[in-house]
Design a protein around this ligand. Structure first.
Ligand SMILES: [Zn+2]
Length: 54
């Protein structure tokens, strides 16, 4: 059940969020992901867990 960016149409696996966040912080000092934003376009990510469909 990933996080979804409606603009990039990209999914970010929740189990990898911490890992990706650490990489973004180390490489780009980008803290978007820990703020719930897409690291690419800064659009708020949608938690697909809240949807009914799988
Ligand atoms: Zn995006």
């Amino acid at each position: 059940m990933p996080l979804h960016c409606p603009r990039c149409k990209k999914n970010i696996d929740k189990t990898k969020v911490d890992e990706i966040d650490a990489q973004l912080m180390n490489t780009y000092h980008n803290d978007a992901l820990r703020r719930g934003l897409c690291p690419v376009c800064m659009t708020p990510l949608i938690d697909t867990e809240k949807k009914v469909d799988q």
